[in-house]
Design a protein around this ligand. Structure first.
Ligand SMILES: NC(=O)c1ccc[n+]([C@@H]2O[C@H](COP(=O)([O-])OP(=O)(O)OC[C@H]3O[C@@H](n4cnc5c(N)ncnc54)[C@H](O)[C@@H]3O)[C@@H](O)[C@H]2O)c1
Length: 260
């Protein structure tokens, strides 16, 4: 691919100057996505409630802070989220690329989940996608270019319960919100897609017994867990200029665990 040329158009930044906001970027898949987008030449804002982890990665990416910054927010809190987006917009400009990656799991039975816990997880895993897209997409629409990538899950397609019933329901909601926003924004140069991973090796799995991990890996057609950088490579493509005809799609990164 040809190197991006400096733009003379002030409202349409080139890839060199584009700003990406990645939520849940302190570790795991979000950290890999932030690293990949930075490698591709974007300025990257790493939003996380874990400020220490996000700061450490931002510093590792760019010690001067010109092209990587950490912003602390809980995506379940709309006010904190809005303040974080405002901080990024005033430091650089409003994001050209938004990656809604932050989420948490809550294993448990559909019969036992507390209603408060259901609502809290929905706020983090689903409502945050609504809130952040409504904050970031209008300026993208005005500029006539933007990319939104939402991290979904195999659980949201198949009703897998390992991560919790409300987790699966929220991820199913993410898939539908992706299509709703994709339809709204398609005529304006803004694409909205979902990436649905399964069994990607992140720190969360280190807590599981080795034998359970081995048995789980054996059930995956490719015979191994995925790597965060394999998800990040796809997100990097979706965040670029060459993906303008892909929108409203759900792209699986699951080693063949679920084939449409
Ligand atoms: N790892 C997998 O196999 C897998 C499978 C399917 C889907 N996913 C999805 O991929 C995404 C990343 O998963 P991961 O495995 O890297 O997760 P992870 O738990 O390793 O990392 C999640 C990050 O999000 C942050 N975060 C969580 N809640 C937050 C909140 N309320 N506000 C701000 N930050 C918050 C955490 O601090 C952490 O840095 C998630 O959306 C997850 O549902 C992962």
């Amino acid at each position: 691919m040809a190197a991006p040329q400096p733009s003379t158009d002030p409202i349409r930044p080139t890839a060199e100057r584009r700003v990406a906001l990645v939520t849940g970027a302190a570790r795991g898949i979000g950290a890999a996505i932030a690293t990949e987008l930075h490698r591709l030449g974007l300025r990257v804002a790493l939003l996380d409630r874990d400020d220490t982890g996000a700061r450490a990665l931002a510093k590792a990416l760019d010690p001067d802070g010109d092209s990587a910054m950490a912003v602390r927010a809980d995506v379940g809190d709309p006010e904190e989220t809005e303040n974080a987006v405002r901080a990024v917009s005033s430091a650089w400009h409003s994001p050209d690329v938004l990656v809604n990656n932050a989420a948490r799991t809550a294993p448990g039975s559909v019969w036992d989940v507390e209603l408060d816990e259901w609502d809290a997880l929905m706020a983090t895993n689903l409502r945050s996608v609504l809130v952040l897209t409504r904050l970031c997409a209008p300026p993208m629409r005005e500029r006539g270019w933007g990319r939104v990538v939402n991290l979904a899950s195999l659980a949201g397609q198949q009703g897998g319960l390992v991560a919790g019933p409300h987790y699966a329901a929220a991820k199913a909601g993410v898939l539908v919100l992706t299509k709703i926003f994709a339809q709204e924004l398609a005529p304006h140069g803004v694409t909205v897609n979902a990436v649905a991973p399964a069994a990607v090796r992140t720190p969360v799995m280190d807590e599981l017994p080795a034998e359970a991990l081995r048995r789980a890996a054996d059930r995956i057609p490719v015979g191994r867990f995925g790597r965060p950088d394999e998800v990040a490579a796809l997100v990097g493509h979706l965040a670029g200029d060459d993906s303008g005809y892909i929108t409203g799609a759900t792209l699986d990164v699951n080693g063949g665990s679920f084939m449409r």
